[in-house]
Write a protein that binds this ligand. Structure first.
Ligand SMILES: Cc1ncc(COP(=O)(O)O)c(C=O)c1O
Length: 507
């Protein structure tokens, strides 16, 4: 039984985690000021401090114990901004062109703060009335932007992996010839289900094959042509063979565009083949789908709008701060019935969208707000301008490489350009052994040196067995001046690495 003192305490409860509006305003302003300073100073900072895990752990005292008592929130946030700003890689830096991780839109940063302040649980409409409708509108706008039917079903998820997996599971539920959701794979009355994707497909497919119970061995890897696009004849041959063996092909995955070189599969041809054979056609457009908004790039993506489902990533080419992926499914009921199990303890009414029935999550955060705000802030025309600029900058780099005899341009698609450094003395024997192997090692070393330098940031791709350097521009802060710095730096660090690594016994 509580004493009356204890009851008094509870009546005037003071929670250590709460803040007075005054304190919140004070520390909130401090954080916003620090972020503004960061944005201002980004171009002068290294893209990454390239520190070791040990250095980072020491800086944040990783081995210290859980504090018994708390500290002042202002001092804590001040210290934390310093820790983060001094020891992070900045994908918002104008010279970050490494992975397909975009510079975060400032309005998205504020959107996340606002979303957390309201904290709606966007699993069910009554718990998130405005947030649910904002998500529904965001999904419609994303479909509209890429030319996909606006009456499709859709849901925001954590990123490309999950967006693809949601579409994959929808395809599996819809296309299985038996009630797979109730009885599982053991009840399959005929041959095994088969999935088709090119050898360039992103690794989400392995996870999807695994967690769906199909197993990675049920994935048919279709070879690609010299442009890294799915070979249609090979796809047809594999489909014919499997059908003759009594297997059940049900899903073909087209990629638009691939993570390493930005290649786009022949979507229109795959779409008509899938229609002919009654297969589900899914497009992984995690990165490339948004290029469909740009009129001169849209023709590369013809056929995507015919897909049964498309995965797109607002945290890639819509510049949303992580995390935001989006699964779009042409038939909204197919999406719902793949995930709705009509749990009797949820009675949220039928007219409203309850997003827990459209995907894997139950409780869900308000991811849509940052995406919706950015779409409203700049509109379609703003996105067309930014995506077009990114593409043109990647092309500009490709063209610029012609002035650098020691740099071999290798591929250019959308905003991805690949190339490699070949020292002058090895130019005429780049394809002979052991030079070929040496060039792979040399370019790996150049990549490591670039990262350590902090001057620019790029990543790599393997192109026809060769190690290539790769830039991907999904960064609205990058200008031509930044792009022009890349070949100079690659050449300088390439020469330096070659001087140190070149075997002494080579002529
Ligand atoms: C084509 C493609 N699909 C899927 C993904 C995975 O996306 P995420 O990292 O958001 O899960 C990526 C990531 O770069 C990608 O480029």
């Amino acid at each position: 039984m509580a004493t009356s003192d204890r009851l008094d305490q509870l009546r005037q409860r003071s929670a250590p985690l709460d803040m007075s509006p005054r304190e919140f305003r004070e520390v909130g302003h401090l954080v916003v000021d620090r972020i503004a300073e960061l944005l201002e100073s980004l171009p002068d900072r290294p893209v990454t401090p390239a520190e070791t895990p040990g250095t980072i752990r020491e800086a944040m005292r990783a081995s210290s114990q859980l504090p018994e008592d708390g500290i002042d929130a202002g001092a804590l946030l001040d210290e934390t901004t310093k820790l983060l700003f001094d020891h992070s890689l900045f994908n918002g830096h104008p010279r970050f062109l490494g992975y397909i991780t975009s510079a975060p839109a400032p309005i998205g940063m504020l959107g996340d703060l606002l979303a957390a302040a309201v904290n709606p649980n966007v699993g069910a409409w009554p718990m998130a009335p405005m947030a649910t409708e904002i998500e529904a509108q965001t999904v419609r706008w994303i479909a509209e932007l890429i030319g996909y039917p606006v009456d499709s079903g859709g849901i925001l998820v954590s990123g490309g992996n999950l967006a693809n997996i949601v579409c994959f599971l929808t395809a599996r539920a819809k296309k299985a010839s038996w009630d797979l959701q109730s009885h599982g794979l053991d009840a399959n009355p005929s041959g095994p289900l088969r999935v088709y994707a090119s050898t360039e497909v992103h690794t989400w497919i392995n996870k999807a094959m695994d967690i769906s119970g199909l197993g990675t061995a049920s994935l048919r890897w279709i070879q690609v042509d010299e442009e890294s696009r799915m070979d249609l004849a090979a796809l047809k041959a594999q489909l014919d063979k499997d059908a003759a063996d009594g297997d059940q092909p049900f899903l073909v995955v087209g990629t638009a565009s691939t993570v390493s070189t930005g290649a786009i599969d022949p979507l229109a041809e795959i779409a008509s083949l899938c229609r002919e054979r009654d297969l589900w056609f899914h497009v992984d457009g995690a990165y490339g789908a948004f290029a469909a908004a740009v009129p001169e790039a849209a023709e590369l993506l013809v056929g995507m709008s015919e897909a049964d489902s498309v995965a797109v990533d607002p945290h890639k080419w819509l510049y949303a701060p992580l995390e935001a992926g989006c699964a779009l499914v042409r038939d909204p009921e197919a999406l719902r019935s793949a995930f709705a199990h009509g749990a009797p303890y949820y009675h949220f009414g039928e007219m409203a969208t309850n997003y827990f029935e459209y995907g894997l999550q139950n409780s869900r955060g308000f991811r849509a707000l940052k995406v919706w705000l950015a779409l409203r802030q700049v509109g379609r025309s703003g996105y067309v301008q930014m995506i077009r600029d990114d593409i043109d900058l990647a092309k500009a780099l490709f063209d610029l490489l012609a002035d650098y005899p020691e740099i071999e341009p290798m591929s250019q698609n959308l905003s991805i350009t690949t190339f490699r450094y070949i020292p002058e003395d090895l130019l005429d024997r780049a394809e002979t052994d052991p030079v070929r192997t040496y060039l792979d090692e040399l370019n790996q070393e150049i990549l490591a040196r670039i990262e350590r330098s902090g001057e620019i940031y790029l990543s790599n791709a393997i192109i026809q067995g060769r190690f290539a350097l790769r830039i991907c521009v999904v960064n609205f802060r990058t200008s031509l001046e930044d792009i022009e710095a890349f070949p100079e730096i690659v050449q300088r660090l390439g020469r330096e690495a070659h001087r140190e690594l070149r075997p002494d016994d080579w002529s």
